[in-house]
Ligand binder design. Structure first.
Ligand code: MN3
Ligand code: FE
Length: 299
């Protein structure tokens, strides 16, 4: 591979591109330190939870901890693919993406160490649906890019990572944390961390929506494949939610499963509709409409 141009030679740095807008936001909102979060009240609150409540908090945290670790481990092939295509604006944003995932794993590990104080094996929380996504589908889709960087392979990677794992599962997980902890005014440190991390995640998802839309705008034929694969994978994501709820006779904190499956499905539907719009857009139209959505989001 050789370089043929730089942003100071024959091409320009396109600050109007959606990923550059996201890069600006990442520099503004993504600079927070998990080590600065004060868990002292959380440690006290943890002492007063009953067994089932602790189990649910631990379950959710263990799914997040391993999930953040998986996305940290698996992102590199996508960054490499984008870099190889010379898409400097996208790569600049992706440098913040990987760093943020590392901080998220750091954050959840801190909660396990300092608040829940567990050092043992939490893999009993990883059900077959969870494993199908995080142990298999995600690393396989991302790893495929090492030898196959075709648009179809890029689409599979992004829909698995950004749409299903981040867009459906992680978002539903934040919703669960807030419902449990906000409603009962518990664990302010955990809530603060999850709030910050949710902002980071919304940029990651926005990038995924952009990437999939760009791939569709460049090749409309990809849409059918994307829709089909997303429909296949969402079954596992709903399965993960189902597994969590069916583990309790009475679900702690008064959570109701339907709230979460319908939340997950509406997130899924919303994203699917967003990327479908790219079927009728030129690249420049896509840049303008995506940029407007990103600028109007507050984080
Ligand atoms: Mn994350
Ligand atoms: Fe993320």
């Amino acid at each position: 591979m050789i370089h043929t141009e730089f942003t100071s030679t024959t091409r320009r740095l396109r600050r109007d591109l959606p990923p550059m807008r996201l890069f600006e936001k990442a520099k503004r909102f993504g600079i927070w330190n998990p080590s600065d979060i004060d868990f002292s009240q959380d440690i006290q609150d943890w002492q007063h939870l009953n067994d089932d409540e602790r189990d649910l908090v631990l379950r959710l945290t263990s799914l997040f901890q391993a999930g953040e670790e998986a996305v940290t481990l698996d992102l590199l092939p996508l960054i490499m693919t984008i870099a190889r295509e010379g898409r400097i604006e996208e790569e600049m944003f992706l440098t913040t993406f990987l760093w943020e995932e590392a901080k998220h794993l750091d954050f959840f590990r801190r909660f396990l160490d300092d608040v829940a104080q567990v050092s043992g094996d939490l893999s009993h929380y990883h059900t077959a649906n969870y494993r199908a996504l995080f142990y298999e589908a995600l690393p396989q889709a991302m790893g495929r890019l090492v030898t196959d960087s075709s648009p179809a392979a890029q689409a599979q990677a992004s829909l698995t990572y950004n749409m299903i794992v981040e867009g459906v599962l992680a978002e539903t997980g934040y919703h669960a944390y807030f419902t449990m902890l906000e409603r009962n005014d518990l664990m302010p440190g955990q809530r603060q961390g999850v709030r910050l991390l949710k902002q980071d995640e919304s940029r990651h998802i926005a990038y995924g929506v952009f990437l999939l839309s760009r791939l569709i705008a460049e090749d409309r034929e990809l849409w059918d494949l994307i829709e089909q694969q997303m429909n296949e994978l969402v079954v596992y994501a709903i399965g993960v939610i189902d597994d969590a709820f069916s583990s309790y006779e009475t679900v702690p904190f008064g959570l109701v499963m339907d709230d979460f499956t319908s939340y997950a499905l509406s997130q899924f539907q919303k994203r699917l509709e967003r990327i479908e719009r790219a079927k009728n857009q030129s690249l420049e139209e896509l840049y303008i409409s995506t940029q407007a959505t990103i600028d109007s989001d507050d984080a």
